[in-house]
Design a protein around this ligand. Structure first.
Ligand SMILES: Nc1ncnc2c1ncn2[C@@H]1O[C@H](COP(=O)(O)OP(=O)(O)O)[C@@H](O)[C@H]1O
Ligand SMILES: *[C@@H]1O[C@H](CO)[C@@H](O)[C@H](O)[C@H]1NC(C)=O
Ligand SMILES: *[C@@H]1O[C@H](CO)[C@@H](O)[C@H](O)[C@H]1NC(C)=O
Ligand SMILES: *[C@@H]1O[C@H](CO)[C@@H](O)[C@H](O)[C@H]1NC(C)=O
Ligand SMILES: *[C@@H]1O[C@H](CO)[C@@H](O)[C@H](O)[C@H]1NC(C)=O
Ligand SMILES: [Mg+2]
Length: 476
């Protein structure tokens, strides 16, 4: 649990968030045709220029939503003729038909939400606020709603002084995100578990999401290479999916670590409102410029006069500059380093497609899992250790190492007893290690290294290896 340490502060924070979540205009969903007084005095036709601009923006956002549906239906129509174009129109007005195959899983609706309790604050950005909530069955979910104190809302209010109109405008971003979450389903995208729009019970628009933990880059930097590689691999799998998604090639325009969360060690995209499903139009190659602070690229203007592949390349370079450079090379297993450097170079230069990048990542994973990168370990190394099978040493004489899976003590992932023996022999403090049946996501074993032990207990799933030299020497 991650409750704030100061109960007073956190309850104040929660109370104010509740207010913004629940005390929302009952009749928030105002119609465009409705003739309400906006801002200050009206113009000749009763409309101020500001209101015109607001209406224009609302119309554009509505059209963007409709385009998502048209695109999806067109693409889906090719692959799956049984998918009816009529199903999708339902989304635009908020309500969902439960017989739609895409939404069968999104079963938490307004009714369920009205009785739900928020227990913690998870995060917020320019547009949205996310709270942790407990379902009656004791399951936790993340509730995403409009951030009424956020930059988007503030800038809109400065422009238009119209809280209902601004609420509607900002809500479009979350509505777009909900449509995208319904269309794009992948292990590395948070799961949409339900939604509520246009309800007096709950107020405002709410997306119910699988709950994760905000991505902490600093924490990730301190974690074992295997876990950092998992994050990068997940990202590459996500980008490969986005390049060939049911909506076409999707670009993440606001690509930053804070748009992702972690769910049990797996990276998941949560912020989708800045996704683009269109590749830019062009006349010549120089129109297909991809600009980054330290590097520019120019892509080909295709025969169909679009910058084909630009979305994929934009995502890939962002993955390189925000994730790979920090997470991948550092502490990589020595024999995998050439492959890793090749990946770094080809993504940093955009020399390879996402498909080729994924193949390279899978090759690294394969080598790492199979222990191929350890082929030239000295075979005799385990002879320096006496094995006690069916035993486990209990909480004692631990020493710390880095980057350990456990804060207290030295727990590292190994391919075999041989690799563990090599590690123990390279740590001056190490006199023994134990292997249990506990495994990491790649299937490698977790080894616990110790500087000594006072007693052993039986455990069929464990084995203790004692270093002979030290066990009999003066060190103990
Ligand atoms: N499913 C989730 N579980 C936990 N935290 C989340 C979840 N979704 C979002 N967050 C946190 O909330 C923050 C704001 O959400 P986000 O969708 O990025 O809003 P914005 O569009 O305002 O940036 C994120 O940066 C993230 O830290
Ligand atoms: C969509 O609905 C309309 C009327 O509701 C119907 O005439 C039309 O055949 C439907 N189209 C599809 C593709 O199901
Ligand atoms: C990228 O292109 C822009 C516009 O053409 C230019 O101003 C900038 O200096 C270029 N940056 C780099 C790093 O080449
Ligand atoms: C890739 O390798 C080439 C040749 O060694 C080098 O000049 C270039 O700087 C490298 N690029 C990156 C992004 O690492
Ligand atoms: C990349 O992989 C996807 C999915 O496997 C496939 O549909 C697509 O044709 C591939 N693209 C290229 C250029 O090979
Ligand atoms: Mg965000």
């Amino acid at each position: 649990m991650t409750f704030s340490r100061n109960p007073f502060c956190s309850s104040l924070l929660l109370a104010s968030l509740f207010l913004s979540l629940t005390v929302i205009l009952k009749n928030w969903h105002f119609g465009l045709q409705e003739n309400k007084p906006f801002g200050d005095a009206g113009g000749p036709d009763g409309l101020t220029p500001a209101r015109d601009r607001l209406l224009q923006q609302l119309k554009e956002r509505q059209q963007e939503l409709e385009l998502l549906d048209i695109t999806f239906d067109n693409k889906q129509g090719f692959m799956d003729p049984s998918f009816s174009t009529n199903d999708s129109a339902v989304y635009i007005n908020g309500k969902l038909s439960s017989d739609n195959p895409l939404t069968a899983k999104t079963d938490i609706g307004c009714e369920e939400l009205s009785g739900i309790k928020a227990v913690d604050f998870l995060g917020s950005g320019y547009t949205k606020t996310v709270l942790k909530a407990a379902l009656p069955q004791g399951l936790f979910v993340a509730l995403k709603s409009i951030n009424h104190q956020g930059t988007d809302m503030r800038l809109c209010m400065e422009d238009f002084q119209d809280s209902q109109g601004c609420n509607e405008l900002v809500s479009f971003k979350l509505r777009k995100e909900i449509v995208l979450l319904q269309r794009l389903q992948h292990t590395n995208i948070v799961e949409l578990k339900g939604q509520c729009q246009d309800s007096a019970l709950v107020g405002g628009i709410t997306a119910v999401l699988e709950q994760g933990m905000p991505l902490q880059m600093i924490q990730l930097l301190q974690s074992p290479w295997e876990e950092r590689f998992r994050v990068c691999l997940g990202l590459v799998q996500l980008l490969q999916y986005l390049s060939h998604s049911p909506l076409g090639s999707v670009a993440l325009l606001d690509f930053q670590p804070r748009q992702f969360v972690m769910v049990s060690g797996e990276l998941k995209l949560t912020d989708l409102d800045d996704a683009s499903i269109q590749e830019p139009a062009c006349q010549e190659d120089s129109d297909c410029l991809l600009q980054f602070p330290l590097r520019n690229f120019t892509l080909r203007c295709s025969f169909s006069r679009t910058c084909e592949g630009l979305n994929e390349m934009r995502n890939l370079y962002n993955a390189y500059r925000y994730f790979f450079t920090y997470l991948l090379p550092h502490q990589a297993p020595p024999l995998l380093k050439p492959l890793i450097h090749q990946i770094m170079n080809s993504t940093g230069e955009l020399k390879q497609s996402i498909n080729e990048t994924l193949v390279a990542f899978e090759e690294v994973l394969h080598m790492y899992k199979s222990g191929l990168h350890l082929e030239n370990l000295p075979p005799s190394i385990t002879r320096d250790y006496a094995v006690l099978k069916g035993m486990r040493s209990v909480a004692n004489m631990e020493y710390r190492c880095w980057p350990s899976y456990k804060q207290q003590g030295c727990v590292l992932s190994v391919h075999s007893a041989r690799e563990a023996a090599l590690i123990c022999s390279s740590h001056p403090q190490c006199t023994s290690f134990s292997l249990s049946s506990e495994k990491t996501w790649t299937g490698r074993l977790l080894a616990s290294f110790r500087s000594g032990f006072s007693h052993l207990v039986p455990d069929v799933n464990s084995a203790v290896y004692m270093r002979r030299v030290k066990a009999s020497g003066a060190v103990l």
